[in-house]
Design a protein around this ligand. Structure first.
Ligand code: SF4
Ligand code: SF4
Length: 315
């Protein structure tokens, strides 16, 4: 692992306050840009690249009848009018200067990702400190993949712990093993995604093999045996929405200590963002049948009930 710089900066694409889904209690989730995976169902496509990205929501454009500020500032000639007299971005000629986003009055143009220091992140997190102490919550690092900006992520966790803020991190597990173990030193809670056990399917739907991920899961469990780990699986139609696929994950984790498990049903909330950043959503009109999810939940309850987090157990 490389040395941690004194005051590292990194790219943050969102800071979400009052989250109750990303670790214990009420939390502020800090989303870091950059991810080594490209999951077909990704609901945060704006998180995949490590550098800031220009986003354009055509529906918010005021039309060139009322405004042409973006075209005026774009020296690259990357902005034209479309058939409804709204802006059209030519991403092939765009130089990513981001000036258009600065002048757009309707926020049709905006930038995903902003450089921040550790101090700026911690200041944002500490705004809600009173809620944390009452609820048992704190800071959760998410992404993207937080370990993709290793020095920045570890520096945030270290400073948060120094200030007695409860720390959690959501990881896809695809990162340097030593870095993940180093981060574990400053963690109170770890959320670890295991998407599918079959290595070929994993590579097909995420772009990478799961071997490093599974090895890292074992390594972090071994290095930090007291660290509570919540394994999470996004249940995706035609990828892992079968008893066999979920059972393979449960059988892998069931013998480790201090592990709990949660399934996250597939949703499509992130699909408009693909168009905003000029990408195409790869899962088309995929839909997760409610009865399939119910069947998987029943199996989890009946056969692996000890893995269900205490606060999620049915009465
Ligand atoms: S500056 Fe914004 S509102 Fe104005 S034309 Fe460009 S995209 Fe539309
Ligand atoms: S970010 Fe791209 S489209 Fe916007 S002003 Fe700069 S070059 Fe033009």
């Amino acid at each position: 692992m490389s040395a941690v710089k004194k005051d590292p900066k990194g790219i943050v694409f969102n800071i979400q306050r009052y989250s109750v889904h990303d670790g214990p209690g009420i939390r502020t989730v800090v989303f870091l840009s950059g991810c080594p995976l490209s999951c077909r169902w990704c609901s945060n496509p704006e998180s995949q690249l490590i550098h800031p990205q220009l986003a354009y929501n055509r529906n918010k454009c005021l039309t060139f009848d009322q405004c042409n500020r973006c075209m005026e500032v774009c020296t690259a000639g990357a902005i034209q009018t479309d058939e409804e007299n709204r802006a059209r971005i030519n991403r092939g000629t765009c130089t990513k200067c981001m000036l258009c986003a600065e002048v757009c009055p309707s926020v049709a143009l905006k930038v995903y990702g902003e450089e921040k220091t550790v101090a700026e992140v911690i200041t944002a997190v500490e705004r809600d400190g009173a809620f944390y102490s009452r609820s048992g919550g704190g800071l959760t690092l998410s992404g993207g993949e937080p370990m993709h900006q290793t020095q920045f992520a570890i520096a945030i966790l270290k400073e948060a712990r120094r200030r007695r803020i409860h720390t959690a991190m959501e990881t896809c597990g695809f990162c340097d093993t030593e870095d993940l173990i180093a981060a574990g030193k400053y963690l109170n809670f770890l959320l670890f995604d295991i998407k599918v056990m079959d290595p070929q399917i994993h590579k097909m739907v995420t772009g990478v093999s799961n071997q490093l991920i599974l090895n890292n899961f074992k390594a972090v469990r071994e290095a930090w045996p007291e660290l509570p780990i919540l394994v999470r699986t996004p249940v995706i139609p035609d990828v892992n929405d079968s008893r066999e696929a979920i059972r393979a994950i449960l059988d892998f984790i069931t013998d480790f200590d201090k592990i709990s498990y949660e399934m996250l049903p597939y949703h499509r909330l992130g699909t408009p963002k693909y168009e905003y950043i000029g990408n195409t959503y790869q899962l088309g009109k995929a839909k997760l049948d409610e009865s399939v999810m119910a069947e998987l939940m029943a199996m989890l309850n009946d056969e692996y009930g000890h893995l269900i987090p205490v606060n999620k157990k049915s009465a």
